[in-house]
Design a protein. Structure first.
Length: 500
């Protein structure tokens, strides 16, 4: 795969002002400084490409439009930019953007979803998703407290429609865009341990988010008092089967303790019937499970969990139809059940030959103590970026290949969790963002090609981009995602050319 980097020009829009070309020299100097400070633990690219900032004003659209899916031509409350923006100083209105950044209008004020380098002990549910549609348009799906918002954009990232649906239960846990349907998983707590109380509901929608059907799971079926507790939650499907992989807090044990573990629900899509065994301890049991991923390898689902006790590892479990095989991709040092692990999962994908997990990890050999709230001896937010690769035909832990592709436990920089993007059946892209130590200001986005799960290319760099919790997509020769920050939405893309 070859990554095309765009040579940017310096412009500034706002009041018709254009920056004097003397700024070009300053921008070039800044680009050299940023690139020279980058950590290069993986192979460096032979060519250096300058990334010169473009400055561009941010725009918003005020007004709210209600439930029916509409074209923007039909939504009267929307106003022109001239009607909604008031004059401000350049310092207040302009921020550096590259040509790979595209400011986008929104119907609603977006909630911040930008990535950081603070790594909690456990994950939370994902609230922002990007969907690529057959007509080359996109849906942005975001979770609010009481509703789900869908905003549609064309291939130029122009807002063309919107819809809002009410949440069916108090917790909105996960979203999945399938081949023919969309799915949203909802939940509600059950602290009184009522067996008949609904704790999870998975709703099937058509591609325009019209409700079709649903399936419910009760407290008695799941032994659950808090669905989606201390975890992420993800869904995947193969066209006929849907799998929801999540965390939950279970009914109290005889000694009065409520333990957290994974919870996996497998559903026949046509009938919306549950087809796997539920209950207190499933055959793929992981406890505690702080992050969950799921994908389908043909008709078999493959699960990835971040466990802190049983097991204390990044563990892969593959369904064989009647049970699961289990392999630890990355064992985590420290006492069983201590919530601090110094490890986070950023992505999980498969190629035609391998399963690949992108994670980060502290230097465990330097740790003095793991305790329930902190790790002593190291900065827990300074972590190396590691790929864990398992051949599909492997059955043993010794077959796992762990490769450090960037090191941030030394030096002036730290990094976010790595994103893992599937380009095609043999090519992946790993993406992360750097920060200066002691600063909340994002630096360059780094990315690297991975072929066949193990052939790692050179690390490349692009300035002026901002990662978020949104999972990037490979669409029409680009990797695309969006970031909501400071009340604004920006789409970002990276051009790609595959070897296929």
């Amino acid at each position: 795969m070859i990554i095309r980097l765009k040579l940017l020009t310096i412009k500034k829009y706002g009041g018709g002002a254009i920056i004097n070309r003397r700024i070009t020299a300053i921008a070039i100097l800044i680009a050299f400084i940023l690139q020279s400070a980058s950590v290069k633990a993986a192979q460096e690219c032979p060519e250096e490409t300058l990334h010169i900032y473009e400055f561009e004003s941010r725009e918003t659209v005020s007004g709210y439009v209600t439930l029916p899916f509409q074209s923007l031509n039909d939504t009267l409350p929307l106003q022109s930019i001239n009607e909604t923006l008031s004059p401000q100083s350049l310092n207040e209105t302009l921020s550096p953007q590259s040509l790979n950044a595209h400011s986008a209008d929104t119907v609603y004020i977006p909630i911040n979803n930008a990535s950081t380098t603070a790594f909690p002990r456990w994950e939370r549910t994902i609230n922002s998703y990007l969907v690529s549609k057959k007509d080359n348009s996109f849906d942005v799906v975001t979770f609010m407290k009481k509703n789900v918002r869908i905003e549609s954009y064309n291939y130029n990232y122009e807002l063309i429609g919107q819809k809002e649906i009410s949440a069916e239960l108090p917790i909105i846990g996960a979203f999945c865009s399938g081949q023919d349907y969309n799915y949203i998983a909802y939940g509600q707590t059950n602290f009184l341990e009522r067996n008949s109380r609904e704790v999870v509901r998975i709703v099937k929608y058509d591609k325009d988010f019209n409700r079709i059907d649903s399936v419910s799971i009760t407290g008695m079926q799941s032994f659950t008092i808090a669905p989606f507790d201390s975890s992420s939650a993800r869904m995947a499907e193969d066209g006929s089967t849907l799998a929801l992989h999540m965390g939950r807090l279970r009914y109290a044990t005889p000694n009065g303790e409520n333990h957290q573990s994974q919870f996996t629900i497998v559903i026949d899509i046509s009938s919306m019937d549950i087809i796997n065994d539920l209950g207190e301890y499933q055959s793929n049991h992981v406890s505690h499970s702080f992050n969950q991923f799921v994908l389908f390898d043909k008709s078999k689902h493959v699960l990835l969990d971040h466990g802190d006790a049983y097991p204390r590892s990044i563990v892969l479990k593959k369904s064989d139809g009647s049970g699961y095989s289990s392999i630890n991709l990355f064992r985590i040092p420290g006492p069983l059940g201590v919530n601090t692990t110094g490890v986070s999962i950023g992505g999980f994908e498969m190629t035609s030959h391998s399963y690949v997990a992108a994670i980060n990890s502290i230097k465990h050999e330097r740790v003095i103590e793991y305790n329930p709230y902190n790790i002593l001896g190291v900065d827990p937010n300074r972590r190396d970026i590691i790929l864990c690769t398992l051949p599909k035909n492997a059955y043993y832990e010794k077959d796992v290949n762990q490769t450090t592709i960037a090191s941030y436990t030394e030096g002036r920089l730290k990094a976010t969790k790595p994103k893992l993007v599937k380009i095609n059946d043999d090519e992946l892209l790993v993406i992360w963002q750097e920060y200066l130590i002691g600063s909340n200001t994002p630096q360059a986005v780094k990315y690297v090609q991975v072929n066949n799960g193990s052939d790692i290319g050179c690390v490349q760099s692009l300035d002026g981009l901002r990662l978020s919790e949104c999972q990037p997509l490979a669409v029409n020769g680009k990797v695309v995602w969006f970031t909501d920050e400071n009340g604004y939405r920006t789409f970002y893309d990276i051009d790609i050319v595959t070897q296929s």
